[in-house]
Design a protein around this ligand. Structure first.
Ligand code: G3P
Length: 500
């Protein structure tokens, strides 16, 4: 390996694993490393991670990927960070010790409080300022929960001894050895504290949630050098040059640079995001208005439909009820049946996100008979992912006024060919799956690469090209219709289940 050659390192800190990928100038993967970490479910509806495990797993894979690429750290021209969004960490400013576990985006512990906020008539104000729908999903109520429930946290925060961060901030704090406390516009836009029009932490919201402004990170662009790694961390001072929430990074990695271009990422959840250009578009169909990225001082906005359980449905079949040993077995199980034989699954395991926004919906299987077996469960779970994406895409079409002709997809679950063909059939549009599936990490690398001049501009990124598999619809219209009808009946029956 030529020691003068430079590369980019993307850190992709997801909900279930930490990944690191080294990219070259053609946007090709040189080496990668991945580590899963523990999911904690202390009570029904609660989901936590250990922030130290997030950090050690992420630092571990970063070192491993650089080593596997046969590089020394000085050959890394820049680091791009992309992360599970909304997940909330509070730590002690002087010791770096977390005050509590990370409260994960899927966690529902604050849903009763969110219902109160809605009853207090706060929805419109929150929507207007943040583009978000009041829900336990976002960081604000999670921060408040930690301040209210961890002994001494509020006093400490009042005296300036606490930092809040989404996972990007936490990693940057650790990478820079406590030198830099920042986030970027995309992550800030998911906190429910950030005004996406004025680009400020919003005073009225901070008062509403009783959150002191001094705990918040500085908000930077998605593509700029915000600091460097401390020499002792990766054995070199590497510029930290790109930050974006994982769904926004995937949109960037898929090169959805123009207004109207959209992608869906099938990760733990499924997230459909559409670039809406330089102006925020208000949704009339229960979608979120959010920030796609900020580059060269200019914001690009997006519409987003967030589905909470996507690939996590398969993970639950594997780890929760243990009917699979490996996620990939679900494909063979699903295709062993000619149809779903009337079995449907609503994966409302953490409530329902877009377009339903029902914090109190809970999961259920429908249509089970004596003949039902694990193959039906696997197929119903895969189909449920496709139906949810369908419902979000229809909402997006209503907002944009445009039918979708082509959808770009990425994420782990897109390896499942049954899911991809079924998705194509249900949507009745072309689905394009890039051969290089790591678009989230690639987006983070692109953002960092632009900031350090590794790539000149977006045109250069476009010229790198992306090959893709193309799926075309095959199912007849009546079958699609019938499936959707039964799915929607099933959805209705899970609504409001957890209301006490
Ligand atoms: O909003 C949550 C999202 O960022 C999590 O993404 O890929 O970890 O499921 P993922």
């Amino acid at each position: 390996m030529n020691q003068d050659k430079q590369y980019l390192l993307a850190l992709d800190q997801g909900t279930t694993s930490s990944r690191a990928i080294v990219f070259d100038r053609q946007g090709k993967i040189v080496a990668d490393a991945q580590r899963d970490f523990e999911q904690k479910f202390p009570k029904p509806g609660w989901v936590e991670h250990d922030p130290m495990e997030i950090w050690t797993s992420q630092a571990g894979v970063a070192t491993e990927a650089i080593m596997r690429a046969g590089l020394s750290a000085i050959q890394i021209a820049g680091i791009g960070i992309t992360n599970q969004r909304e997940t909330t960490i509070l730590w002690d400013r002087s010791t770096g010790e977390p005050l509590y576990n990370a409260i994960v985006w899927q966690d529902r512990r604050t849903s009763a409080y969110c219902n109160e906020l809605k009853e207090m008539g706060k929805s419109e104000m929150v929507r207007e300022k943040t583009g978000l729908i009041i829900d336990a999903y976002f960081s604000a109520t999670k921060i408040k929960w930690i301040l209210d429930n961890v002994a001494g946290a509020r006093d400490k925060a009042a005296s300036g001894e606490v930092c809040f961060g989404t996972v990007d901030s936490w990693l940057i704090w650790k990478l820079s050895n406590a030198d830099t406390h920042c986030t970027d516009s995309t992550n800030a836009s998911r906190t429910m504290l950030y005004n996406i029009h004025t680009e400020q932490w919003d005073q009225e919201l901070l008062e509403l949630f009783d959150i002191p402004v001094n705990i918040l990170p500085e908000v930077k662009s998605s593509s700029e050098v915000v600091g460097t790694t401390a020499g002792r961390i990766l054995s070199a001072r590497i510029p930290i040059a790109g930050i974006a929430g994982d769904q926004q990074a995937a949109l960037f990695g898929q090169l959805c640079m123009e207004k109207g271009m959209a992608k869906t990422t099938y990760g733990t959840g499924c997230f459909l995001v559409m670039n809406t250009g330089y102006k925020p578009v208000k949704s009339n169909n229960q979608l979120l208005t959010t920030i796609a990225w900020k580059i060269d001082g200019k914001l690009t906005y997006a519409l987003e439909g967030s589905v909470f359980i996507g690939g996590a449905a398969i993970q639950w079949l594997r780890d929760g009820i243990r009917i699979l040993n490996h996620a990939s077995e679900s494909e063979e199980m699903a295709t062993s049946l000619a149809s779903n034989e009337g079995v449907y699954f609503v994966p409302a395991l953490t409530g329902l996100g877009a377009p339903y926004w029902d914090q109190d919906a809970r999961g259920a299987f429908f249509g089970i008979t004596r003949g039902t077996n694990s193959a039906h469960f696997a197929r119903a779970a895969l189909e449920s992912i496709a139906y949810q994406v369908h419902d979000v895409l229809k909402a997006m079409e209503k907002d944009s006024g445009e039918p979708t002709r082509e959808l770009k997809v990425d994420g782990g679950a897109t390896a499942n060919n049954f899911l991809m063909q079924f998705q194509t059939d249900i949507l009745n549009c072309t689905v394009k799956r890039p051969l290089m599936r790591e678009t989230t990490a690639l987006g983070a690398a692109y953002l960092a690469g632009l900031a350090v001049g590794y790539w000149k501009d977006i045109d250069e990124l476009m010229s790198l090209g992306q090959e893709a598999d193309v799926f075309k619809p095959e199912m007849d219209a009546a079958a699609v219709e019938r499936n959707l009808q039964l799915w929607h009946r099933a959805i209705e029956r899970t609504r409001n289940w957890a209301v006490n």
